[in-house]
Ligand binder design. Structure first.
Ligand SMILES: Cc1ncc(C[n+]2csc(CCOP(=O)(O)OP(=O)(O)O)c2C)c(N)n1
Ligand SMILES: [Mg+2]
Length: 669
């Protein structure tokens, strides 16, 4: 078959596999796959270095479909090139329990590198992958030995480029000169509700040029050779990331719906689908037709991929033999294992010298960073505040890609999404820091980390009204409650420096989801761990910090973070008044919930109904732990601009108030 005919056959195979699957599911997005089929075909059959038989091969090129609504494009490519995604799964597109959900989900479908769908995220994930590649290449490649040598490709849509998170990420990518990042833009001038020009009229390539990107425009997205040439020139550019804006026609081939938003997000319908097949010279029946020559051509990816991987393995083995130390580090990075002795230098803190938990966290990072070479991280221009700068780690910059401190700039949203991309890439552990109140700016990325089980560590400092003078704009109130509502996110608010060390241990060991460390700006006392419960209790989410000197407790005081010191103080005063109170430190609801009922009942005995929780945040949700006969001291208003101690006093965080509430609970009012 002449080359051009084979190309056309393959491209139409993608188009109609996608359109048929959407039609059968009675739901989905046919427009993007039909419009972008040609560029995807060229990328996947002529450039993308991958092995469908080993989707986890470390030196594969990464491909992110940022416009996740076009998921059938990706599923078609995965099936056709021979991933473990049988046609039966394509035929179960969007059905319960299938491997072909509405939007791509990492971990569910072999070959899906990142969970996408919330527009813009995938672009930033790809930037993270390119950061990871650049860093690992700098660390592991040696003279005569190249083991990290791949590209990151992403395909994005108008909606992706309207989103702020993508702008943040591509700005940083341009700054860093990530020359192995290639972004294909499906420039179809249509979005969900109409023509993109209703709200989007900027000159995208010029914008990217302003960011320091290399750009290329392909005026006809069905011109296979023009796409080929553009990708070739993008590959040849090593100093700057590349944008390839490809003019396409959404729903290409569907006579009435193409080029309109009607092709975006609903099945074409039987008549229009038939008409599209006729227009492109495709048999109307059967559905899910896979012409043999097309399938055979796509499946060459398997032999090609096996050859690439085999060659790489040879290079890798030679490298590993020559550099056994690096090879060990590589293995640890790939599995996320913590190196032998990683915790040898962890700090300890002497009792009664108050320490801010952000400082304790900084001390942990300074201690472990040199011992965990695959730990990389940074912050959104707040290192002096979040204590996330490890001096010995060096700055990750264009000319120093071996550095491990990532300067995200004031780009919290992209920071979260780039961290996800770094984890998706593999080989590294990541932490990122900002003020706790700005976790809101990261939330969509945090949600995707939780959904796709990525072990990102968030260092969120300035965790309450205790931060003081910066005032209510900077004082988190509802954030703990909001984050605790998110599935698969572990939120930890340590009470003191000793708990902070254990919190870091928990976070670094967690492999299947993100962990949030919520830390104080202000100093908090370090209790004498010889007289109260050991900080190791943090691992179980909540533990008895102190029981009354004599007798069985009649009241439970529950505190988190900086409020543990307050309830401890109150306990002593209650004791003087003859009230027997237990103090429970409860740094993490999620960890506590994961404990067996016997343990939870031992910490919070069901027989003790008099329970008082004290936390400098919204009271929302605390009923779960204090029960119907308990009470909560929290903050259900915005904070104030004043010294932290004044804020605490004015908003009712005083021993007197704790005492008064405790007495009310015990019926002693
Ligand atoms: C953050 C976010 N907002 C809104 C949506 C819903 N949505 C899905 S696709 C889309 C826009 C479609 O336009 P475009 O990105 O150009 O894709 P195309 O129609 O060209 O396939 C919207 C608003 C989303 N997926 N993510
Ligand atoms: Mg569009």
């Amino acid at each position: 078959m002449p080359r051009q005919d084979l190309d056309a056959l393959c491209i139409n195979t993608i188009r109609f596999l996608a359109a048929d699957a959407v039609q059968k599911a009675k739901s989905g997005h046919p427009g993007l796959p039909m419009g972008a089929a040609a560029m995807a075909y060229v990328l996947w059959t002529r450039f993308l270095k991958h092995d469908p038989t080993d989707p986890a091969w470390p030196d594969r090129d990464r491909f992110v479909l940022s416009a996740g609504h076009g998921s059938m494009l990706l599923y078609a490519l995965l099936h056709l090139t021979g991933y473990d995604l049988p046609l039966a799964e394509i035929q179960r597109f969007r059905q319960w329990g299938s491997k072909t959900p509405g939007h791509p989900e990492r971990g569910l479908t072999p070959g899906v590198e990142a969970t996408t769908g919330p527009l813009g995220q995938g672009v930033a994930n790809a930037v993270g992958m390119a950061v990871a590649e650049r860093h690992l290449a700098a660390r592991f490649n040696q003279p005569g030995h190249v083991v990290v040598d791949h590209h990151t490709y992403a395909l994005c849509s108008d909606g992706d480029l309207m989103e702020g998170v993508a702008a943040e990420a591509v700005s940083l990518a341009g700054h860093l000169g990530l020359g192995r990042l290639i972004l294909l833009y499906d420039d179809n001038q249509v979005s969900l509700a109409g023509r993109a020009s209703l709200s989007f009229s900027e000159d995208v390539p010029r914008r990217f040029e302003g960011y320091g990107w290399h750009t290329h425009v392909v005026p006809d997205g069905n011109d296979v050779e023009a796409v080929d040439k553009a990708i070739r020139s993008a590959q040849a550019e090593s100093e700057r990331p590349s944008l390839i804006a490809v003019r396409t026609i959404i729903g290409y081939g569907a006579p009435h719906k193409q080029a309109t938003h009607e092709a975006h997000g609903e099945p074409l319908g039987d008549d229009e689908l038939r008409a599209a097949k006729q227009a492109l010279g495709w048999p109307v029946e059967p559905m899910f037709l896979l012409p043999e020559p097309a399938l055979a051509h796509f499946r060459e990816a398997r032999t090609r991929g096996a050859r690439w991987r085999g060659e790489w393995q040879g290079r890798f083995d030679a490298w590993a033999a020559a550099h056994p130390d690096l090879a060990r580090q590589w293995r640890e990075g790939q599995t996320g294992a913590l190196p032998e002795g990683w915790d040898r230098d962890l700090p300890t803190f002497s009792p009664e010298t108050p320490v801010a938990t952000r400082d304790a966290s900084g001390a942990v990072l300074t201690a472990v960073s040199p011992r965990i070479p695959h730990l990389i991280g940074g912050d959104a221009d707040l290192a002096p505040s979040t204590k996330t700068l490890v001096k010995s780690a060096g700055s990750f910059q264009r000319l120093s890609p071996g550095g491990r401190h990532l300067h995200f700039g004031v780009r919290e949203h992209a920071m979260g999404a780039i961290a996800n991309g770094i984890i998706c890439h593999g080989g590294l552990l990541v932490f990122v820091g900002t003020f706790f109140v700005f976790s809101d700016y990261m939330r969509p990325a945090v949600r995707l980390a939780a959904l796709s089980e990525l072990p990102v560590v968030y260092v969120w400092t300035h965790d309450s009204i205790g931060l003081g003078e910066d005032g209510p704009t900077h004082e988190p109130i509802e954030h703990l409650a909001a984050l605790r509502a998110m599935p698969n996110l572990v939120v930890i608010r340590p009470a003191d420096a000793a708990e902070t060390v254990v919190a870091w241990r928990v976070a670094l060991a967690r492999r299947h989801g993100p962990t949030a460390l919520v830390l104080t700006r202000q100093k908090v006392p370090v209790p004498d761990r010889r007289t109260v419960g050991l900080a190791e209790g943090l691992r179980r989410g909540a533990y008895v910090l102190a029981d009354p000197p004599q007798g069985v407790p009649e009241l439970i005081l529950i505190g988190t973070g900086s409020e543990v010191a307050l309830v401890t103080l109150a306990q002593a005063e209650l004791a003087r008044a003859g009230v027997r109170a237990r103090v429970v430190s409860m740094p993490s609801w999620e960890l506590f919930e994961a404990e067996p009922a016997e343990y939870r009942d031992a910490v919070l005995p069901p027989a003790i109904g008099a329970r008082l929780a004290v936390e400098a945040g919204a009271t929302f949700g605390w009923e779960r732990w204090v029960g119907a006969s308990g009470a909560v001291i929290g903050i259900d208003r915005f904070g104030a601009s004043a010294p932290g101690e004044v804020n605490f006093r004015e908003l009712g965080f005083t021993a007197e108030r704790v005492l008064a509430r405790a007495r009310t609970l015990l019926g002693q009012a």
